[in-house]
Design a protein around this ligand. Structure first.
Ligand code: 5AD
Ligand code: FES
Length: 355
């Protein structure tokens, strides 16, 4: 116990641990006392940079078409049980307008890898949103595209890009993503950073075959990439995927990894994810208490919401945008935090600052 505490103290002070120290910490972290110590340090760190504020992002899931076949994902191309939908440009804008009127100043446009939305169309959407809501940040989360495409979207006004690396272990990555290249994924993240985006990477917890050594690779990769945002959530099986019968990730392991990421990257924007709220009714609140400082309530029109089913049991599929906004606000306050509706940029970022 004393050794683990020393390691946590070291991480808290230096924001760094070696691979061996990280493994040791993970191997000894399934203990309530260790966890409470870790969460307290993570909370303290997040408080130093962001106070008690929790940033709100309005999530618009605008297409569930996808050309890929990630073996964990409910909207993979081969899943014929999905009713596919695409929102029109007008509908994306009117969805953001509803969000704007509810107070949101960040919109996250997320979708499957759907080439129906070509570069011109994405640029058009970003331009229109920036024109109509100049005080808002626009985040894209539409998967792997070319350097030039990423650059065009950035020049059109996109501020942030989310692209989870999913796992930093090449063999695990290749097992999970038939026909995708691990190199390309990683290159996309470096490209996005170079262009100047606030970049979000991240990974899933509790995937089949995933070990503490694999998590260590994720943590060291993140430390090296130094992204502005990190999305971490438990893997949750979806019945129509090859991983239907696998076990999902646990609450404890996800919270432990959230808190370690907070300590490794003290200024990072760290969401308490919907997947975390799905495996435990208080998952997101516990995430906030373990160092997370962002939530992403759903703005997707209610008619299509339940069709964006990456995993079974996903929460918030029946609630209108306003209900989600209210629900999450109550949760944030009851957990002892305050809601912040501003753009909520990473404290280290300025547009045009990184080249
Ligand atoms: N369980 C949990 N998270 C999932 N994602 C996709 N499928 C699942 C699943 N079955 C995550 C991936 C992706 C993000 C949008 O959702 O990490 O990057
Ligand atoms: Fe969506 Fe609670 S946050 S219903």
């Amino acid at each position: 116990m004393k050794d683990v505490r020393n390691i946590i103290d070291k991480l808290y002070e230096n924001h760094y641990l070696s691979g061996d120290e990280l493994i040791y910490l993970l191997d000894n972290a399934m203990n309530i006392h260790v966890q409470n110590y870790l969460y307290a340090k993570a909370r303290e760190t997040r408080k130093k940079y962001y106070g008690n504020r929790v940033y709100m992002r309005g999530l618009v899931e605008f297409t569930n078409h996808c050309k890929n076949n990630c073996v964990y994902c409910g909207i993979r191309a081969l899943n014929k049980n999905v009713q596919r939908y695409r929102l029109s440009v007008e509908s994306i804008i009117s969805t953001c307008k509803i969000g704007y009127n509810l107070g949101y100043r960040t919109f996250v446009l997320q979708g499957g890898e759907d080439r129906y939305y070509d570069d011109e169309m994405i640029v058009d959407i970003v331009r229109q949103l920036k024109k109509q809501f100049p005080d808002c940040a626009i985040t894209l989360s539409i998967g792997e595209r070319t350097y030039d495409a990423y650059k065009k979207y950035y020049e059109a006004g996109a501020d942030r890009y989310l692209l989870r690396h999913e796992t930093a272990s090449r063999s695990l990555y290749e097992f999970l993503h038939p026909n995708l290249s691990f190199e390309n994924r990683i290159e996309c993240l470096w490209d996005l950073k170079e262009i100047g985006y606030q970049v979000g990477a991240g990974f899933m917890v509790g995937l089949p075959k995933q070990t503490n050594k694999n998590y260590t690779e994720d943590l060291l990769f993140l430390k090296n990439l130094n992204p502005h945002m990190v999305g971490i959530g438990p893997f949750i099986p979806h019945k129509d995927t090859p991983l239907a019968n696998e076990k999902g990730g646990t609450l404890e392991m996800t919270l432990v990894l959230l808190s370690i990421v907070r300590l490794l990257l003290p200024e990072v924007l760290l969401p308490a994810t919907t997947a975390l709220g799905t495996i435990d009714i208080s998952g997101r609140e516990m995430g906030l208490k373990a160092g997370a400082n962002v939530v992403m309530p759903n703005l997707t029109p209610i008619e299509v919401r339940d069709k964006y089913e990456l995993y079974n049991g996903k929460i918030c599929t029946g609630e209108e945008a306003a209900e989600c906004r209210k629900c999450i606000e109550d949760r944030i306050i009851s957990a002892g935090f305050t809601v912040d509706m501003s753009r909520g940029d990473n404290v280290l970022w300025n547009r045009g600052d990184i080249k």
